[in-house]
Write a protein of this length. Sequence first.
Length: 64
Amino acid sequence: MTDGAIKCHLNDKQAAQRLGVSPALLRKWRRVGGGPPWRRYGRLCRYPIDLLDRWALAQQKEVN
């Protein structure tokens, strides 16, 4: 992975903190589906920041 790729991707802990969920929930979403988009680099799972933010915005529901 290049330095540029590292800077634009988050690990489980960082992504969970950004979304306000636990790292365990992110791992569950990866297993069962329905979570934010992620990429695998060898044994590492990383979340592209732009896709993570887009996914989070799409999950917001309007409150009347």
